[in-house]
Design a protein around this ligand. Sequence first.
Ligand code: NAG
Ligand code: NAG
Ligand code: NAG
Ligand code: NAG
Ligand code: NAG
Length: 425
Amino acid sequence: MWIGYKILIVSHLITEIWAEKQYLSQREVDPGADFTRNHTILEGTRFKRAIYKGQYCRSFGCCEDRDDGCVTQFYEVNALCYCDTFCERENSDCCPDYKSFCRGEKEWLPHATPWYTEDRWTAQNYSQFWGMTLEEGFKYRLGTLPPSPMLLSMNEVTAVPAIIDLPEFFVAYYKWPGWTHGPLDQKNCAASWAFSTASVAADRIAIQSKGRYTANLSPQNLISCCAKNRHGCSSGSIDRAWWYLRKRGLVSHACYPFLKDQNTTNNACAMASRSDGRGKRHATKPCPNNIEKSNRIYQCSPPYRVSSNETEIMKEIIHNGPVQAIMQVHEDFFHYKSGIYRHVTSTNEKSEKYQKLQTHAVKLTGWGTLRGAQGRKEKFWIVANSWGNSWGENGYFRILRGVNESDIEKLIIAAWGQLTSSDEP
Ligand SMILES: *[C@@H]1O[C@H](CO)[C@@H](O)[C@H](O)[C@H]1NC(C)=O
Ligand SMILES: *[C@@H]1O[C@H](CO)[C@@H](O)[C@H](O)[C@H]1NC(C)=O
Ligand SMILES: *[C@@H]1O[C@H](CO)[C@@H](O)[C@H](O)[C@H]1NC(C)=O
Ligand SMILES: *[C@@H]1O[C@H](CO)[C@@H](O)[C@H](O)[C@H]1NC(C)=O
Ligand SMILES: *[C@@H]1O[C@H](CO)[C@@H](O)[C@H](O)[C@H]1NC(C)=O
């Protein structure tokens, strides 16, 4: 079983901290002499290289104390990084996966396990779902209303320039490091309508502003403020979420963080926005926390629908950034741990009553191809869920691509950031 994807999607935080601090590194090494570790693992196809790209300590091992030979190449920033205990000092020069691999739970299998033999997804009995019935899973972990007829009748946009050669493997994070946002955890708040919309909007604004605005946007802002009849944590529609992003705008996730308890009185909308008459909106109140000072409002263009054609979706992602997808969730999806998800119809009589579906909204952020056991090629999407990093492949999942698995290709939505000319980089 190969579960390296968890590391492939590198922890944004660690990477950011690392990138910030790399220049402060006090290690004196000769990169030529020290970069002597075994590289054979990195040879092979472009795909394979891409796979190992995010794996540092995982490929090269962890070391105790100070070991200046315990170094590998950090490709994304063309520098060296370390997997020894010493790297964890104030000016950290640890590899991005040091904490998760060397310090985290050692649940990883040795990398000698061939990555290409996996053609079936694996399940896990998640502790976060213990004590929850399936009905409750459907009720609290999803929360996107079926798309409205208006949304479904939207014209598909295919304005993207015709591309050339789509790579076999693509992750938005590699093209736009630091500009795309990893999965949050909606907990028992049925608001994937808000989480997926805020996340797609945040990525799009960062990409469009060329990194000037990289804040993640606040799902709580949507949950608390975007609801005529206030049912934020008990489902919502993405039409409404995009309407709010266009007309009212959202503050950052840091400014308006996710509330632990959605049922308390303080989940009333903490701020509104008003126009300054020149097309820009401003928050009416400071952030509802003492740490974040910036209550800048971010807005989007009206959403547009991308064609359901696999190639068109890929083109849209590689040119403009991640997109929102609506999918049907079956009972087995909750237990997904790794691999390429496809719904497995249960023959178990007991679970037949659970053969129902609910709608969920997620973020498509890349794709790839894997060779299955019989040499069969399996194409997949790489998708960000909103059930935290402990679910699936570090919060992401892969799902069959090109066959409308679980309706994942049925409705693809994206939008542009609304940046005024003074916002342009
Ligand atoms: C590199 O790895 C290969 C395969 O894992 C092994 O056969 C070889 O001996 C290693 N070379 C060094 C220098 O460690
Ligand atoms: C999942 O794990 C919990 C705790 O160990 C156990 O009570 C439960 O029966 C398990 N569920 C399944 C489907 O294995
Ligand atoms: C919050 O309150 C609503 C209505 O009062 C209730 O239906 C829901 O179960 C509560 N949610 C949680 C997570 O306690
Ligand atoms: C999808 O679009 C591509 C061109 O972008 C086209 O070649 C292909 O035939 C389309 N596929 C389907 C199933 O329509
Ligand atoms: C995907 O499947 C759903 C349900 O079967 C269907 O309504 C939809 O038209 C399909 N979309 C595509 C692009 O095949």
